[in-house]
Design a protein around this ligand. Structure first.
Ligand code: ADP
Ligand code: MG
Length: 460
């Protein structure tokens, strides 16, 4: 689902439900009580006259139900178009740099205007349908009252009813008209909330495909083995029978063309996906599917090319999801070679980061993300092209820092430069979802054709 769609459901749709519920419940109670009391009185006063009235009023149900159906249709369209508009806005704001660089503001503006117009169109239709309830009820009400006056009048003239009783009856009947009209309008408006409710529950009833296991992982991860893992995204095969293992203190590098399946493999370790076939075993006894996600994620740190920065200070970003310890924050920043530039900021580690960390450079953001991973003191550190935005010098420094940490964890690096992995304990060469060679740099450079190719590209 598009982010904007979800945002719209939890904000706009909920507001629609809220509006109807807050207005409707008190009104519904009041109007129903009035209707019950007045109907009782009308019947008591003259059952015969009440009879005419009580057969005409239900006739109103038919046109009202047609209106309600229409209302439901337009509510749905209006909610969907509001979602589309929110999605479009989200897209515009998150792609603002591309839009400006292409001077496509006008184009985007036009696209937005179209969505906006849609929203307006359906809201207007909703208003129209709702307004139609009023004349329908008006006509039926007049017919009912006319009939009652005619019949009641005859009764009075013929002496079967007193003038007083007739007026009491007629007054109660007039008074009945307003609450009935209000309730029918409420019923119509409620359609909007009913549709919003359906859309909301569609979201709430969505079950995650990744389900947390029950076992708490309380021990250090000493060994991880990936056994015959395959992963498909729909029809697309991303990993095909991949097996690999790593011990505490080892560093494993994944290399290969783009789209070869490297990120897919690390996605399995963080359980963004579960393998379609095969399994991943920790310490020779736990299938990672059986572990609670929380305890697994406590021990696995994951850094990607895409950097996630939260609204908050640098320190808060580093200690994200963990207990805060300033000393540890500084240590982590030092290891990630970020302390130097942060010291030069006015507020140091308490500098507020703006949305997406836009007040930092790409390389600085990447170092903050690295420091966040290091802060966790993970058992498995996964770096998926995590140093791609760094210059050679900073990368080499971080490489050194990681080497110092190496003995404390399993390091899995998806590499984009050969220099970063030459010292790895094992290099896995990926091609089209499979590992086609594995070994250390010296062996691979002599034996593995694919690796030689990569080495040539890397060195250029
Ligand atoms: N979420 C996804 N949905 C569908 N296809 C995907 C998804 N993620 C990756 N793929 C596809 O799976 C293949 C492997 O991708 P990936 O593991 O990201 O490669 P790498 O990290 O080696 O560049 C690619 O062909 C890619 O298009
Ligand atoms: Mg990748």
């Amino acid at each position: 689902m598009h982010t904007g769609e979800i945002l719209s459901r939890v904000t706009n749709d909920i507001t629609r439900i809220q509006n109807v519920v807050t207005n409707m419940i008190p009104n519904l109670i009041r109007e129903s009580l009035t209707i019950v009391a007045l109907t009782g009185y009308v019947i008591y006063e003259s059952p015969k006259l009440a009879f005419y009235f009580l057969i005409i009023m239900p006739l109103a149900l038919y046109p009202l139900s047609i209106l309600a159906k229409k209302m439901k249709k337009y509510s749905k369209l209006s909610q969907e178009s509001t979602s589309d508009m929110t999605s479009r806005l989200g897209e515009i704001f998150s792609n603002i740099e591309v839009i400006k660089a292409n001077s496509s503001q006008e184009l985007e503006g036009e696209k937005f205007a179209k969505e906006n117009q849609n929203v307006f169109k359906y809201l207007l239709k909703q208003v129209k349908v709702n307004a139609l309830t009023s004349p329908i009820m008006e006509i039926l009400g007049s017919v009912a009252i006319g009939l009652v006056i005619y019949i009641g009048g005859s009764e009075v003239i013929e002496g079967r009813m007193t003038v007083g009783a007739f007026f009491a009856f007629a007054t109660a009947l007039f008074m009945l008209y307003t609450p009935i009209k209000r309730i029918s309008s409420l019923y119509n408006q409620a359609q909007d909330a009913i549709v919003a409710n359906e859309r909301m529950f569609e979201l709430l009833n969505t079950k995650p495909t990744i389900i947390s296991g029950k076992i708490e992982l309380n021990e250090q991860i000493k060994h991880i083995s990936i056994m015959h893992a395959s992963l498909n995204y729909g029809n697309k095969i991303a990993l095909n029978d991949v097996s690999a293992g790593a011990d505490h203190g080892e560093s494993i590098a994944l290399v290969g063309d783009s789209d070869a399946g490297k990120s897919s493999l690390v996605n399995l370790l963080v359980r963004f996906y579960d393998p379609n076939e095969g399994e991943i075993i920790i310490n020779d006894k736990y299938n990672i599917k059986d572990l609670t996600l929380k305890s697994l994620h406590q021990k696995v740190a994951y850094v990607t090319q895409r950097i996630y920065i939260f609204n908050g200070t640098i320190a808060q970003n580093i200690a994200y999801g963990q207990e805060f310890d300033e000393q540890k924050v500084i240590e982590a920043l030092e290891k990630a070679h970020a302390l130097e530039f942060i010291k030069n900021l006015d507020d140091g580690i308490n500098t507020m980061l703006t949305e997406n960390g836009n007040n930092l450079s790409g390389g600085q953001r990447q170092r903050v993300a690295l420091a966040r991973a290091i802060y966790k003191k993970p058992d498995i550190l996964i770096l998926d092209e995590a140093t791609s935005a760094l210059d050679n010098k900073s990368e080499a420094l971080i490489q050194k820092a990681l080497e110092a940490l190496k003995s404390e964890m399993i390091t899995i690096t998806v590499a984009h430069r050969l220099s970063t992995i030459e010292n790895s304990d094992a290099i896995l060469v990926f091609k089209e979802g499979q590992i086609i060679c594995r070994g250390q740099h010296i062996d691979l450079i002599n034996e593995c054709e694919e690796y030689q190719k990569l080495a040539k590209i890397f060195s250029n």
